[in-house]
Design a protein around this ligand. Structure first.
Ligand SMILES: [Fe+2]
Length: 205
């Protein structure tokens, strides 16, 4: 479902240097854009599969359930946690359910989605056409302590909790629905989008 490896501090330093540049500001947070040449510095990433919608993000609130298929060829997200405001354990929730498209599910938490990206849904994943693997049951028990929003939002979903540890890199399918676990402050991480399967994204170093 996901892969993780420990990475050297020099890679964190490269990302720390990058965020000294001026970011761009969007509805979903602050971003620094990364190109293929930048990606090639990370020897453990399959950079041949790099797709041009990769960024470093800073967000103040937990990401709502979404997928990362920002370009049709994106198969995989490589996540490198970089910094967090508070000394707390962070995590991500990777659901078993997927959709073959980009998507963000805001349900009833947002009324005006005009500034939100395409394929923002005012429904829950369990009510959305195209979502595969729904259980038809309340959200799986093991996920409940980590959910950043009320459990009704996540009806029909099951999955795994992935740690969000600085010093590791993670790969997972961009088509699997995922969201942040609970967070009390901002966090910064890098997301490299790749066109290869998640289990071909990271090389041991
Ligand atoms: Fe994502």
């Amino acid at each position: 479902m996901f892969n993780s490896i420990k990475i050297d501090k020099k890679y964190i330093d490269i990302l720390q240097e990058k965020i000294k540049e001026d970011p761009i500001h969007t509805a979903s947070g602050t971003l620094w854009i990364m190109d293929k040449d930048f990606c090639k510095q990370f020897d453990f990433i399959n950079s041949d599969a790099f797709v041009d919608c990769s960024n470093i993000f800073k967000i103040n609130n937990s990401y709502k359930p979404h997928t990362d298929v920002f370009m049709p060829e994106v198969q995989t997200n490589v996540l490198i946690p970089l910094a967090k405001e508070n000394n707390e354990d962070l995590s991500m929730i990777l659901f078993d359910q997927s959709i073959q498209d980009r998507g963000t599910w805001v349900w009833d938490s947002v009324k005006d989605i005009s500034k939100y990206p395409p394929k923002t849904h005012l429904t829950r994943p369990c009510e959305t056409e195209g979502v595969e693997g729904l259980t038809g049951k309340p959200v799986e028990e093991n996920l409940k302590p980590y959910l950043p929003y009320g459990e009704e939002y996540f009806h029909g979903l099951s999955g795994k909790v992935m740690p969000w540890e600085i010093g590791s890199a993670y790969s997972f399918s961009a088509r699997q629905i995922h969201c942040s676990g609970k967070q009390s402050g901002w966090k910064i991480g890098a997301s490299f989008r790749l066109s290869c399967p998640w289990n071909e994204a990271l090389y041991p170093i």
